[in-house]
Design a protein around this ligand. Structure first.
Ligand SMILES: C[S@@+](CC[C@H](N)C(=O)[O-])C[C@H]1O[C@@H](n2cnc3c(N)ncnc32)[C@H](O)[C@@H]1O
Length: 269
């Protein structure tokens, strides 16, 4: 179950969101989430591109252009899944930035590895099995630490953010691409109707699974902090120079923050 602390930073819910939140509580236990993604892994890419009308590709491209690794910087893609963001980074940097992708779902990683092997930058991308709450990477190592549509699924959101910050080098960027709620009243209602009623049916038809993965999707998005609430959470965890970029009417948002550079104490003998 999501803990109350995961939602306490959310902005004031609209009546629709309040109804949804009161009825639904999302089970984000690692076991459930891993099982869910393993059962849809083979159809994941197809559904992602279909349900978003391919717009998800442009969101990842926007992310890699906005947060371009400095020469020599390494990139860490948390909850990498089938490695789309990791591969986009490898492509954009022309293979100059080593990219590590971490995910705890073996089946998603297996698809990702097949894709990596087919690219010219295969040597620069490593995919590793691991939990985003205990990243199997050294501290203060990566110039860019990113996650696309993954943080929302991590059981303890704060632990996930803290681990991203730990992995980033001082001055490095933490980039979180995640679904958000479009702000306009009409668009918000249309989106909610599509998200809650139509998308789960399409998803379940094309990728049948026992965990109702495509009902979980809207539930987890509606319970997750977005906009200023997400920035407040990132500030609380210690990131600075926070920015947010709503994409496609705010259906997704890219959140950025920097890991502070420790100040020299200046003490001299
Ligand atoms: C919606 S997919 C996103 C995949 C990919 N980042 C993308 O852009 O398409 C979410 C991924 O997060 C992974 N995930 C969820 N919780 C995780 C955790 N605690 N540790 C590692 N991976 C996790 C799932 O296994 C899944 O592959």
């Amino acid at each position: 179950m999501i803990s109350p602390s995961d939602v306490e930073t959310s902005s004031e819910p609209t009546p629709d969101q309040a109804v949804v939140a009161s009825v639904l509580r999302v089970d984000k236990s690692g076991q459930r989430v891993r099982r869910m993604f393993s059962s849809i892994a083979r159809r994941y890419d197809l559904l992602n591109h279909l349900l978003s009308l391919n717009i998800d590709r442009s969101w990842r491209r926007f992310t890699t252009r906005k947060v371009f690794p400095a020469p020599g910087d390494r990139v860490l893609d948390c909850c990498t899944g089938t490695a789309d963001l990791a591969l986009e980074y490898a492509r954009q940097s022309g293979g100059k930035s080593p990219v590590v992708g971490v995910d705890f779902c073996r089946e998603m990683l297996a698809i990702g590895r097949q894709k990596v092997e087919r690219t010219p930058q295969a040597e620069q991308v490593i995919l590793v099995e691991g939990d985003a709450q205990h990243l199997p990477v050294p501290t203060s190592t990566f110039g860019v630490v990113c996650v696309a549509f993954g943080l929302r699924n991590v059981q303890d959101t704060r632990k996930g953010i803290d681990e991203m910050i730990r992995a980033a080098r001082p001055g490095g960027t933490v980039a979180i691409l995640e679904f958000s709620r479009p702000r306009g009243r009409i668009l918000g209602r249309v989106y909610l109707a599509f998200f809650r009623k139509i998308l789960p049916r399409i998803g379940q038809t094309l990728a049948p699974n026992q965990d109702s993965a495509y009902e979980y999707l809207p539930r987890s998005v509606l319970e997750f902090p977005d906009g200023d609430a997400m920035l407040a959470l990132l500030a609380e965890r210690g990131l600075v120079q926070l920015e947010q970029y709503p994409l496609t009417f705010g259906i997704a948002t890219l959140y950025l923050g920097r890991k502070p550079i420790p100040q020299a104490t200046g003490a001299t003998a």
